[in-house]
Design a protein around this ligand. Sequence first.
Ligand SMILES: Cc1cc2nc3c(=O)[nH]c(=O)nc-3n(C[C@H](O)[C@H](O)[C@H](O)COP(=O)(O)O)c2cc1C
Length: 357
Amino acid sequence: MKIRDINLGNEPVLLAPMEDVTDQAFRLLCKEFGASMVYSEFVSADALIRNVNRSLAKIRVDDRERPVAIQIYGRDVESMVEAARIVESEAHPDLLDINFGCPVKKVAGKGAGAGMLRTPELMLDIAREVVKAVKIPVTVKTRLGWDVPSLYDMPAEWLPVQEGKPFILELAERLQDCGIEALTIHGRTRSQMYQGEADWTLIGEVKHNPRIHIPIIGNGDICTAEEARQAFDRYGVDAVMIGRATFGQPWLFKDVRTYLDTGHHDDTMNLDWKFAVLKRQVQQSVAYSLNADNALKERKRTELGGIIHVRRHLANSPLFKGIPDFRQTRIRILQATTQEELFALLDEAKEKIERNN
Ligand SMILES: Cc1cc2nc3c(=O)[nH]c(=O)nc-3n(C[C@H](O)[C@H](O)[C@H](O)COP(=O)(O)O)c2cc1C
């Protein structure tokens, strides 16, 4: 699959953009384990323009993570255009992704992210102008609609459309007409937040719309290699994007890649190896926090920054599912403040698993 001249290979598997999760340290790990492309956390256009240090730190790109996308969000054309130019000139990512899907109140409530699903004409203006403003490919990530993925969400300006046509089908065509070069669809509406199951049927309908020629990336609830296989086979998407299932198991990409390519799971990853990866994840997170360069000059650079970031990953690792009496250990992981403490807790968890087997 290609986005302009970025070749993502056969049946690509992408790391989803996730705030406070997909920092550079984590992206590099996922890349190492086979993610075909990785996305930054979303970055506020307004904050970038105000030169906010934290936002500038978020757009830094390391050549080893390429191809990499930087994602921005905002609520008006001017700031999005300016932020897009900053991202292109300062960070040189392979592509720029626009977030029209974030459901959280502080974003969508102000009209940005998924809030744009209520003002689709503004969404299209932003997409069109951002595409014109930069040379790199521009892509969009969105949801099925604001409330109901149906005609009810359709703005008056778009009517009449073919009866019964789902909102996302019309939106995808119009976004494509703005010049975006790929579209990621998370199979939920804004109102659903993260509840219920992602609806892949509509994602498949967009992909099979003969008018659509840009790559369609499917997203939502992919947790296993089998589910990724099914997304390609059943819905025909060009790529799948995985988010939450990567928490505490960046090696998921290795298994999914192997399974998609060979039909077999990767059985080379034993418990020792997985715990070594988790320890490396801790080390890399701490190193990233300590080394963050000028962009973070004024922010407190401490080991604690890296620990706070990584402990949530660890606490959610599927390795710990089903271990009896694990609750206390999980709480201690979430409260740990040093690398030493986290390593000791990981050793303790590993012993518990081994004892349990
Ligand atoms: C903690 C967290 C942070 C997220 N931050 C972003 C973000 O910055 N940009 C974005 O487009 N989506 C964001 N998302 C949504 C994910 O990219 C993805 O669309 C969603 O989690 C569904 O995919 P999944 O079922 O594979 O997790 C976030 C999700 C989570 C759980």
